[in-house]
Write a protein that binds this ligand. Structure first.
Ligand code: HEC
Ligand code: HEC
Length: 357
């Protein structure tokens, strides 16, 4: 089923008119046929070396395209050392990955996901041939204006699909907040200083900051995670990577000491679906996150000076959690993502979000 992008546009025009303070996320410009192709690829396990993982294995629609784990899974024989981030509104980010190491083009992220040994471990030369053997892909590439399946075309298609993943229906956009959430907003914008980093329509400045989030010891106690972490450290040229027992965050690309343990501000949209939280999933609930900020963040010499103990009363903490929840939009239509085996392989049967909503 192909839902045209103009339909989404019309829905958004409707919500925009009702919006009060907050700015709803606007749909992005994409080639609709290419996005449809990218969507099929996103759910296709043939994009991983041993056909065991699809993008959707770690970015599940019913979890706002996260995986619900503190630390992500990985290709067979490895485990990941980071939390799988939401893909909601990901096309608008200025940089990607928790350390911001990819910042030019969203289709570069698609390549890293596919080819990285501890992600999908796929040789793109084989991927291209696999796609050429599937008549449905041949047809869809042609419909998207490409003569045949190619790696560049595949990456662009995944990019266009990801750009269609935009939030909608959040109470914050319609101005439909409970009085508790309204009180939470005052803390968020006032003494909490949350909005100094969590700014703009996505509630992110896309910049790295040190908030003192504690390390997740599972990275070093699990040999499969540790070996993936070491591989990453070595590739990024960080000194002494064998003995490293902390995630250095943005330092891994800047190599400037004051960026140690700083991570990109995540979006606060869709938090209801994206637990656990932080780059390493150390907090299971929003209550724990608010407790962390109430204590002035974690314990780190390089911590951002805006984080100070807030002394919030229990009711204020509850209000802040309510406000954070008001940034989550419509639930995702899980059944719509089922793949069914057809004669050749797999066929996507429906759209990723409930179009009637
Ligand atoms: C094995 C699990 C896994 C698979 C499979 C996977 N991802 Fe990811 N993805 C992750 C993790 C973990 C991160 C964060 C990595 C980091 O910060 O170093 C991530 C990050 C991303 C990001 C950056 C998001 C942001 O806000 O910075 C995008 C975009 C993305 N993945 C898209 C995809 C696409 C497209 C595919 C399929 C081609 C895919 N992923 C397959 C686990 C996975
Ligand atoms: C100095 C900038 C800064 C300030 C101020 C700040 N944050 Fe954050 N916030 C971040 C960064 C950076 C992260 C990610 C840290 C990590 O992954 O280790 C984060 C993570 C979060 C998360 C987890 C999101 C997720 O998907 O994992 C929530 C929720 C959050 N902040 C809410 C708040 C609230 C509420 C306040 C105010 C009390 C606040 N933040 C103040 C920078 C900031």
């Amino acid at each position: 089923m192909i839902r045209t992008l103009s339909v989404i546009g019309a829905l958004f025009a409707g919500t925009a008119a009702m919006a009060q303070d907050s700015v709803p996320i606007q749909p992005m410009d994409v080639n609709a046929a290419r996005a449809e192709l990218g969507k099929r690829m996103f759910y296709d396990p043939r994009l991983s070396g041993d056909t065991s993982l699809a993008c959707a294995s770690c970015h599940m629609p019913d979890k706002a395209f996260t995986d619900g784990e503190a630390l992500s899974q990985a290709y067979s024989g490895a485990m990941h050392f980071r939390n799988s981030p939401t893909l909601a509104n990901v096309g608008y980010r200025a940089a990607w990955m928790h350390d911001g190491r990819l910042g030019t083009n969203l289709n570069d992220v698609a390549r890293e996901m596919i080819t990285e040994t501890y992600l999908m471990n796929m040789d793109m030369r084989i991927m291209q041939e696999r796609m050429k053997q599937d008549p449905k892909y041949v047809e869809m590439f042609a419909a998207a204006g490409m003569s045949e399946p190619s790696n560049g075309g595949a990456r662009n298609a995944l990019m266009d699909f990801m750009k269609t993943i935009v939030s909608r229906g959040a109470p914050i956009d319609s101005g439909d907040l409970t009085s508790s959430a309204e009180r939470g907003r005052l803390i968020f914008e006032g003494k909490g200083q949350c909005s100094s980093c969590h700014s703009g329509p996505r509630y992110s400045d896309d910049k790295p900051h040190n908030t003192g989030v504690p390390n997740n010891p599972d990275i070093w106690s699990d040999p499969e995670r540790h070996s993936a972490f070491v591989t990453y450290g070595k590739f990024m040229g960080v000194e002494n990577y064998m003995n490293l027992r902390e995630d250095l965050g943005a330092y891994i690309r800047t190599h400037t000491p004051d960026t140690k343990r700083s991570f990109l501000t995540p979006t606060l949209r869709e938090l209801t679906y994206t637990a656990p939280y932080m780059h390493n999933g150390v907090f299971e609930t929003l209550e724990e996150v608010v407790e962390f900020y109430n204590a002035g963040g974690g314990d780190d010499d390089l911590k951002d000076s805006r984080l100070k103990p807030l002394g919030l009363a229990a009711s204020e903490k509850g209000d802040l959690v309510e406000f954070l929840k008001s940034m989550s939009g419509d639930t995702y239509d899980v059944d719509a993502y089922v793949w069914r085996e057809d004669d050749f392989g797999y066929q996507l049967i429906d759209d990723w979000r409930n179009a009637t909503n």
